[in-house]
Ligand binder design. Structure first.
Ligand SMILES: CC(C)(COP(=O)(O)OP(=O)(O)OC[C@H]1O[C@@H](n2cnc3c(N)ncnc32)[C@H](O)[C@@H]1OP(=O)(O)O)[C@@H](O)C(=O)NCCC(=O)NCCS
Length: 210
């Protein structure tokens, strides 16, 4: 099995939206059916400024283009025909340029202002919001998450990336391990988004990556 990690344009994600949402639902342990409510949200996100997505595909070694695809990981898939035959989507990550027009931004900006005062919101003046990153449970722990994140953040023009992730005791899950390993630092801890009873952390790091 080979792995292809590539930026994908919106039409490619649109074509494989339910495959990507199945990964999301399985990775987050959400009940089946959640994908139907998320599909329109993900579709709307694709229209936002600075939207960028990266996908990971497992390619059977017998696939006719497997070797070429693996050797050519720097090449973006620019349409669905560029996806090698038999490729299975195993990971997806995307985000967009954060802006006060968006719900997530307004929630976070107001909490940052409350905790750090108006100067604290400077870190939200030019940022990429990492909205989703998920790897199929059967493919986790093999470096795919790290590859997705590195690819997604490489070449961004924003000066910072911000994300939110559920709090877990002692930061003991793969998402936290990955974010800490990639240099993400605390922006907010034990933060509650309106309408969600879970505690979240907002983490961030400057860009570009080293
Ligand atoms: C978070 C998530 C995207 C990370 O993806 P991943 O592919 O599992 O992450 P990685 O493999 O890059 O890193 C995870 C582990 O694999 C290890 N690893 C990294 N590269 C590796 C490699 N080449 N070979 C073997 N193991 C490797 C890492 O050390 C890490 O182990 P650790 O967790 O004990 O530190 C994925 O686990 C996931 O979808 N989780 C559930 C959904 C979720 O939490 N999403 C984020 C919500 S904010």
């Amino acid at each position: 099995m080979s792995l292809l990690v590539s930026e994908i344009p919106a039409p490619v994600l649109r074509a494989r939206l339910y495959e990507a949402l199945e990964i999301y639902v399985a990775a987050m342990h959400y009940p089946r059916g959640v994908e139907h409510s998320r599909a329109p949200m993900w579709a709307e996100h694709m229209l936002r400024d600075g939207w960028r997505a990266v996908a990971a595909f497992e390619i059977p070694d017998s696939g006719p283009r497997a070797t070429t695809a693996m050797d050519d990981v720097a090449t973006a898939i620019d349409d669905a025909t560029a996806i090698p035959d038999g490729a299975r989507l195993v990971g997806i990550a995307y985000g967009y340029h954060g802006a006060p027009a968006y719900w997530w931004d307004r929630q976070v900006r107001s909490a940052v202002r409350d905790t750090a005062g108006p100067p604290g919101t400077r870190l939200m003046s030019d940022y990429f919001e990492l909205t989703e990153i998920h790897v199929a449970p059967s493919a986790q722990g093999k470096g795919i998450g790290a590859a997705l994140l590195t690819r997604l953040l490489s070449g961004l023009t924003e000066s910072r990336v911000l994300l939110s992730t559920p709090e877990v005791p002692e930061e003991r899950n793969r998402a936290w391990q990955l974010y800490r390993r990639m240099g993400f630092e605390d922006v907010l801890r034990h933060f509650r988004f309106l309408g969600d009873r879970r505690d979240f952390a907002v983490l961030g790091r400057t860009l570009p990556l080293p």
